[in-house]
Design a protein around this ligand. Sequence first.
Ligand code: PH2
Ligand code: MG
Ligand code: MG
Length: 169
Amino acid sequence: MKKTVYLSLGSNLGDRAGNLREAVHRLSALGAITAVSSLYETEPVEVERAQPWFLNCVVAIETELMPKQFFSRTLVIEQELGRRRIEKKGPRTLDIDIALFGSAVVDSPGLTIPHPSMHYRRFVLEPLVEIAPDVRHPILKRTARELLNDLPATTGSTRRLKEGLIAER
Ligand code: PH2
Ligand code: MG
Ligand code: MG
């Protein structure tokens, strides 16, 4: 059964836009990419030391894979693009987080869906609202647009960039 997965991609090390572009290209092996948001330059939040600003975007992909299979494929792509997990919440060439997986709810030791922080992260909700304002959080029962509207104005600044990812390839 096909499901639409919303992924939050982030990079704050190396060629940030190049990393995201390559990630989208590799993700297309996991299903049909149906939407890619603009790029957002975002202030690092929830980090333990100063680090560069991120480029973030959200990608929608229709897949036949099951959540765990899909997740392990995203870990391989992170590795291939040079991700080294040396430091918790350290700067990274590429992070691929599963925000939503259709209306699936997964709560297992290595994988939680929806992503446990997506509903209060501006760097996830802004690009998500751009491509899927009406998609609903299966536990909170709120749409992406409602979740974004509920955020306090103080949660990390974001700036939408004019240059997208797609046309550049
Ligand atoms: N990812 C984190 C922690 N903080 N901040 C921004 N702006 N963008 C991110 O992608 C991000 C973050 C953990 O993965
Ligand atoms: Mg993350
Ligand atoms: Mg991650």
